[in-house]
Write a protein that binds this ligand. Structure first.
Ligand code: FMN
Length: 428
């Protein structure tokens, strides 16, 4: 399972490497719990899970719901909008390559700055060079992200083919463990891995367990986000890689059973609040939602605080949200020369009126306004006439009910328990 084609720098010069620290249960307030296991893996002794690094999370409700990292989607502008809708959702950044952080070290605000309201927020980094991962983590520390997540799930040829990172790293758990140790040694906040359930033909449940076992036993990683479909690295596009490989939620719930002292967040194909709650009811410690949180942001994020966290609704209307967003937008337009422009800042708003009267007209008007508007105020003046007042002034409605529960019989479908290959792993 070694990568013959990748060469990883493993002899950093001026950075701290592999100083293991271990994290405690960041989901400690969670009402859901995974079932215990009698499997061999479940009985393995694990490091004590206590560390000051985790107190960073004490200020926030647990990551029961998080918005997935999405390149060119979950940028700082999207996250500003998302936070105006939900106070408690955990927000992930787009993936940032360690190299970008290192090479742009005199220009870091552009890549790493976020308004303080965006907490709780997780920085996702990608890379395959230990020295750069260490330096990037150090450079990111001053921004005070709440967690650092390492990308082991991206199938993009741009990532997987150049520099050997993303999903391809699942084939080299030893390197991932090293990378996680390096990242953890250079930050005080918790660290996590986002991965697939397999890669190409390496798609058995046992191989997934080997990956989780090796990474968790050889690094401080205690939280895994599992995109519950495998990555196919040859021949299909990143978008197809998010729909063609079938979802295997039974693998995810198998992990909960076989690694009861780790924390797992489920991801992939979960589109409604009912499904989020169903996944948690079936035992998931957390649920990560990607496309639905972008393409239907108002209806998805609008129910997170109430229906998932049991917190009061903000009662915010889209008009109020847009007013606040306008103020935010004016302060950031042109911050870096020509960028961001109105199109960059307003892009996440384009899904705000999903399925509402006036939506198509608003999008057409927005497209035209992007050509010449230089302020958010003028952009809204020109476009919002397309949306009826009753849409602009309505708070989030009741969550849609009646969707299927994809997890109702998941525990009857679990793969056989993980057979730890202790002997083999010892010498891996
Ligand atoms: C436009 C786009 C960009 C993405 N970029 C990233 C990324 O930077 N890092 C990552 O780990 N996953 C990325 N993903 C994958 C998502 O995080 C998520 O795993 C995937 O969309 C499945 O979740 P969903 O079915 O809820 O959308 C991206 C997905 C989309 C649609």
């Amino acid at each position: 399972m070694k990568l013959a084609t990748c060469s990883y720098s493993s002899s950093p010069t001026s950075v701290t490497l592999a100083r293991p620290r271990f994290s405690f249960n960041i989901f400690q307030l969670s009402s859901s719990s995974s079932s215990s296991s009698s499997s061999t893996a479940a009985r393995q002794p694990r490091p004590a899970m206590v560390s000051a690094r985790n107190y960073a999370h004490a200020h926030y409700l647990p990551p029961w719901f998080s918005v997935a990292p999405m390149m060119e989607w979950t940028d700082v502008h999207y996250r500003t909008m998302a936070r105006l809708i939900s106070k408690h959702a955990w927000l992930y950044t787009e993936m940032l390559a360690a190299e970008t952080i290192v090479y742009q070290k005199d220009n870091l605000d552009r890549f790493l700055y976020f308004p303080p309201e965006q907490h709780p927020i997780v920085l996702q980094i990608g890379g395959s060079n230990l020295e750069n991962l260490a330096k990037a983590t150090q450079l990111a520390n001053i921004y005070k992200y709440d967690e650092i997540n390492f990308n082991c799930g991206c199938p993009s040829p741009r990532v997987a083919g150049h520099g050997c990172f993303g999903a391809r790293l699942m084939l080299d758990p030893k390197f991932v463990a090293e990378a996680m140790s390096v990242i953890a040694a250079n930050t005080d906040v918790p660290v996590s891995v986002k991965c697939r359930i397999g890669v190409d033909d390496h798609d058995s449940y046992n191989e997934l367990c080997d990956f989780i076992y090796k990474v968790s036993s050889q690094s401080p990683t205690r939280h895994f986000i599992i995109h519950s479909r495998k990555a196919m690295l040859n021949g299909i596009s990143p978008a197809e890689n998010r729909s063609i490989p079938p979802l295997k939620y039974e693998y995810f719930y198998g992990l909960l059973r076989d690694f009861p002292d780790l924390r797992f967040t489920i991801n992939g194909g979960i589109n409604t609040i009912d499904e989020v709650n169903a996944a948690r009811k079936a035992g998931a410690h957390g649920v990560m939602v990607g496309r639905a949180a972008f393409n239907n942001s108002w209806n998805t994020l609008g129910h997170v605080d109430t229906a998932i966290y049991g917190a009061p609704s903000s009662g915010v209307t889209r008009r109020q949200l847009l007013k606040e967003f306008e103020a935010y937008g004016e302060t950031v337009l042109g911050k870096y020369g020509q960028k961001p422009n109105v199109r960059d800042v307003a892009k996440p708003l384009l899904s705000l009126f999903y399925a509402q009267p006036g939506n198509s007209l608003w999008k057409r008007k927005a497209d035209a306004a992007f050509m010449h508007c230089t302020t958010m105020k003028s952009f809204f003046e020109e476009t919002l006439v397309a949306i009826p007042d009753f849409v602009l002034d309505a708070p989030v409605g009741a969550p849609p009910s009646g969707s299927n529960d994809p997890f109702s019989n998941i525990h009857t479908l679990l793969p056989p328990p993980y057979e730890s290959r202790e002997q083999e792993l010892q010498y891996a």
